[in-house]
Design a protein around this ligand. Structure first.
Ligand code: AHG
Ligand code: MN
Ligand code: MN
Length: 339
């Protein structure tokens, strides 16, 4: 369920961020600046994502571009844009990104003094770029643990998801949206391309406690744990009382699959398998931010047993099985895993 009160119509992302700042009496605008800069990078990435199809249609032009500019892969481009924007904000001392093996630290004076670190998946669902299917950007913001004025350290990034100050995603879909939380519910903004601004469109997103969509890559079925196989069967069985069979929907971009289920109700599963006992999705920059949003919208996110946000990360690119979405659906799936 989404509420759109009239008085909020026409409010831009930046205005909203500044308004919200007044909810935190000691806020100095640092987080606001950081979020605004992520918004700017998102607009630049959006511009390139929109052109990607065109470049692909004119395939040869794309590959032999004399300027050598549009040949960059979009995920690397997105990574660079976000790094540049976060550095420019002066509020971020370091970044963990899917695209970089190690943390990226900034050593200019302003950034060294930055209070925050960011974990990000610059382009999520990148296998969908070439085929004009929705993709996204995911981000997660923490307060640093190391003293301000020093270089960011690995410990700053290995914090539990419960410590997140803010998290969100941008979805580049039939429209482009930014959805984020600072722990006071989930808010969504839609990019109005005519004015180049993200405008408040979803004042408060509450996810239905139950739904009838299940999202899982069934191509991996034979490798799934027994509990997951049985849960899939449960989703497919007919039962009028519980609105079954459910509908299967799987895009292959976590952001897009989660966004749909968030609004309509549903469950997204990327489980552990015999060959990948930790699943595929990464804890720091995929599961934790999505879990924070899910919980803030009234949903749930677990690894099948444990709350995602309470898992102590050990490494930057650690993977974790992921079950998220409508609370009652996640609980039902967990019941099957226990049996
Ligand atoms: P990324 O493009 O950032 O590597 O992420 C892809 C992820 C995620 O978006 C999606 O849910 C999942 O991989 C899809 O994996 P399968 O193709 O194995 O279903
Ligand atoms: Mn991803
Ligand atoms: Mn990615």
């Amino acid at each position: 369920m989404v509420t759109h009160p009239k008085e909020y119509q026409g409010i831009t992302l930046n205005e909203f961020i500044i308004q919200r700042q007044t909810n935190f009496p000691y806020a100095k605008g640092e987080l606001s600046r950081l979020l605004s800069h992520i918004g700017i990078a998102a607009k630049i990435i959006n511009r390139e994502v929109n052109k990607a199809g065109l470049v692909d249609i004119l395939g040869e032009t794309g590959t032999t571009n004399v300027q050598g500019e549009s040949v960059k892969k979009l995920d690397v481009f997105s990574d660079q844009q976000l790094i540049a924007a976060l550095k420019a904000s002066g509020e971020c001392c370091g970044i963990a990104s899917e695209e970089n093996q190690e943390i990226v630290t900034f050593d200019d004076e302003l950034s060294l003094d930055g209070k925050y670190i960011v974990c990000m998946d610059p382009l999520d669902g990148s296998s969908n770029i070439d085929v004009n299917v929705s993709i996204g950007t995911i981000f997660s913001i923490y307060r640093r643990i190391s003293p301000r004025g020093e270089k960011a350290k690995i410990e700053d990034f290995l914090q539990k998801g419960t410590e997140q100050v803010a998290a969100g995603y941008v979805i580049y879909g039939s429209s482009t949206m930014m959805v984020y939380t600072t722990g006071l519910g989930v808010t969504g903004f839609t990019l109005d391309p005519s004015i180049g601004e993200f405008c408040l469109s979803h004042m408060r997103i509450d996810t239905p406690e139950n739904g009838k969509i299940y999202s899982i890559n069934e191509g991996n079925y034979i490798k799934f744990p027994e509990g997951v196989k049985k849960y899939i069967k449960y989703c497919q069985e007919k039962d009028d009382a519980t609105n079954r069979p459910f509908t299967s929907r799987y895009i292959g971009s976590l952001v897009a699959d989660f966004h749909r289920n968030l609004l309509k109700g549903g469950i997204f599963i990327y489980p552990e398998t015999a060959t990948n006992p930790s699943g595929k999705l990464r804890l720091l920059y995929e599961c934790n931010p999505i879990a924070f949003l899910a919980e803030q919208a009234g949903g749930k996110a677990t690894d099948g047993k444990r709350r995602i946000l309470e898992i102590q990360p050990k490494t930057l690119h650690q993977r974790v099985p992921f079950y998220t979405g409508s609370r009652l659906m996640v609980e039902k799936a967990e019941e099957f895993l226990e049996r």
